[in-house]
Design a protein around this ligand. Structure first.
Ligand SMILES: [Zn+2]
Length: 194
């Protein structure tokens, strides 16, 4: 924790400390002022098999923001710099910030203003898992990376957006890396094998 973190409220150390406790319970908000979705220069190699590391190892590998989302299942606040990055992305692919597995592409992106990077389906179904999440007294469906187990966000059904699946994978930008391409669809059919 440092002054680089923005808490929703908080002016004194005491309030900040209390905010940190509340944050633990409600899963957010926290966001480094300079939090960005890293842009890759080339497509990363997919991991061979499952990726398993201790929390200590993940903590060394990831930024504070990435660790909070992927390994502590926090939620970043809506509409921050990470979301702005997502809105500005052209065609491309999204990879897990933990293990560099492909998860989503610009082909499944939402063009509605939702506050978080959102997709109506994964680009690689096998890489994106879901499970019930009853934290905070509500029944939600958690979305996680099937390869490293990292928390990505939640998936919501029947929100009324006009998309092919009626699903919205609401994903934390801090869980993602972005690789821009000329045309995601073309690249998917020519360079990827299912
Ligand atoms: Zn992963």
């Amino acid at each position: 924790m440092s002054s680089k973190m923005i808490f929703g409220i908080g002016m004194t150390a005491g309030v900040l400390a209390m905010g940190a406790v509340v944050m633990t319970y409600i899963g957010g908000p926290l966001l480094a002022e300079d939090a960005r979705i890293p842009v890759l220069e080339k497509a990363p190699e997919a991991p061979q098999g499952k990726v398993e590391k201790s929390q200590r190892e993940w903590h060394k590998l990831l930024t504070e923001q990435q660790f909070a989302i992927l390994r502590l299942s926090k939620t970043e606040p809506a509409g921050g710099t990470l979301y702005q990055d997502y809105l500005n992305h052209g065609p491309g692919y999204y990879y897990c910030a933990g293990c560099k597995t492909e998860l989503f592409s610009s082909n499944e992106r939402y063009l509605f203003d939702t506050g978080w990077p959102s997709f109506f389906a994964p680009s690689k179904e096998a890489n994106v898992g879901t499970r019930p999440d009853d934290k905070f007294g509500t029944i939600r469906t958690e979305v996680f990376c099937s390869i490293c187990g990292g928390h990505l966000g939640h998936v919501f059904q029947g929100e009324g957006y006009s998309t092919p699946t009626n699903l919205r994978y609401c994903i934390n930008g801090a869980a993602l890396l972005f690789f821009p391409t000329e045309d995601a669809r073309e690249s998917a059919s020519s360079g990827e094998s299912e």
